[in-house]
Design a protein around this ligand. Structure first.
Ligand SMILES: [Zn+2]
Length: 434
């Protein structure tokens, strides 16, 4: 088991942590009320004032915020500090509508790095490690986020960014990279390219840890990555609105530790907005407890997960969230049934003849939705025998139907057919125009 970055905070008794959260929530509410016309207006509409927040449970009296609020107040309408206090901006392009801008003061950048320093330490990284940051640098938070976190624990950083995969593999060998941070789909691509170059990640590199995120991925993909390369694959979570990547699972792999002194995490029924029980699935909602340039109150992040508040085996007492199950807005409704791309992934990655790349294509045939899953086979799975292919196709269809409760066409394609991406993989092509 790995050590702690900040043992006092990370192992704080739950009651003490709760008191700390309560104090921070009360000052935050007062702070946003005093510094932001946006929040004053929202509080007024909800009929709540800072004095109404007396305990942690009173958080439910506060209004939600959403991504649309950041767009509507573009660029800086939700900031609580003047421009002169801001030291960094990150901007997310957003596939629909206006971009969103997040601002940080010096303390916010520091808190962000501190969150990742705890996380990276919890997976066994430290001064002797070399981290290749293969997330995008720039307006996207992945690159700089991991960069600052890794520097804080004293690791050496290779700020390679995305792309130039062959060069990445050469650098990995020449500079003895021990950890890489990127999207899981990019890492699968990197394994493929290494293979073509005659480089085995397991035997020809020092890589021991992968930190994968920015897109949902299944446990089955984790198993695949680990058995193909011998590394340990960890999940990283966070979005630009709450700073960027912030949290990982620890070496116990028992859920992602969300630091309670920094964030108040709620899980709600996405339809009713009511809190769900510990262990039940719902939408994640974060309140930033010590961010100052652009704090967020009850921000509905749109990701679905399950929260556990029991302390982890590693001794950390902060809440854990389970593997992200998908986004409320990634959910496809096909013939009235909710389908998450992560469900499809977990079925496919459990079938050995299926390769690492796949897509869901949704069309409309008259009034009916038709879902097709395009699946790339591994070289060895690509049989010349039609009978083998038919039986594999049948197996994939049957397993998909078992999990999704809806029939899907299965289209088996040759290795290398589906376009590779260097950032987030494009898993869904929805041709329905709805
Ligand atoms: Zn743990």
């Amino acid at each position: 088991m790995s050590g702690y970055w900040d043992p006092h905070i990370e192992r704080m008794p739950p009651e003490e942590l709760r008191t700390l959260q309560e104090d921070r929530l009360k000052s935050l509410v007062r702070y946003v009320y005093d510094h932001s016309a946006f929040y004053r207006q929202r509080f007024k509409e909800a009929g709540v004032e800072p004095g109404d927040i007396k305990t942690l449970d009173d958080v439910t009296k506060l209004p939600f915020t959403k991504k649309v609020d950041l767009r509507d107040t573009y660029p800086t309408g939700m900031f609580c500090l003047p421009r002169s206090s801001v030291v960094r901006y990150h901007v997310s392009s957003g596939t629909t509508g206006k971009p969103t801008v997040v601002g940080y003061n010096k303390g916010d950048i520091d808190t962000w790095a501190e969150s990742l320093a705890r996380a990276l330490t919890s997976i066994g990284l430290g001064r002797s490690d070399v981290m290749q940051v293969s997330y995008g640098y720039g307006l996207f938070t992945g690159g700089l986020g991991l960069h600052y976190g890794a520097e804080r624990i004293g690791a050496a950083v290779i700020p390679v960014g995305v792309g130039s995969t062959e060069r990445q593999i050469i650098l990995m060998q020449d500079l003895d990279t021990t950890a890489i941070a990127c999207t899981p789909s990019y890492f699968l691509h990197l394994i493929e390219v290494a293979d073509k170059m005659g480089v085995s990640i397991r035997d020809d590199t020092q890589l021991k840890v992968g930190i994968f995120g920015a897109e949902p991925w299944s446990l089955e993909t984790r198993k695949r990555i680990e058995s193909a390369t011998g590394i340990k694959a960890y999940d990283i979570y966070g979005t630009s609105e709450i700073s960027g990547p912030l949290f990982t699972d620890c070496s116990c792999k028992n859920g992602i530790h969300v630091w309670g002194d920094m964030f108040l995490t709620e899980v709600l029924d996405p339809k009713t907005g009511e809190t769900v029980e510990d262990g039940e699935r719902g939408e994640l909602v974060f309140t930033t407890l010590n961010k100052f340039a652009m704090p967020l109150i009850r921000y509905r992040i749109g990701d679905l997960s399950i929260m556990e508040t029991e302390p982890c085996e590693c001794g950390r007492t902060h809440p854990r969230i389970m593997r992200i199950l998908g986004r409320t807005d990634d959910m496809l409704i096909i013939r009235g049934i909710n389908v998450f791309p992560s469900q499809v992934e977990s079925v496919l990655m459990g079938i050995p003849a299926v390769g690492d790349h796949w897509q869901i294509i949704v069309d409309r045939d008259g009034p009916l939705d038709v879902m097709t899953v395009r699946v790339e086979l591994v070289e060895a799975g690509f049989s010349d025998k039609i009978r083998d292919l038919l039986s594999l196709k049948k197996k994939v269809s049957k397993e998909l139907k078992g999990v999704l409760n809806i029939a899907a066409n299965v289209d088996l394609v040759e290795p290398g057919t589906i376009p590779r991406s260097e950032g987030k993989a494009k898993r869904v092509i929805d041709n329905r125009n709805i």
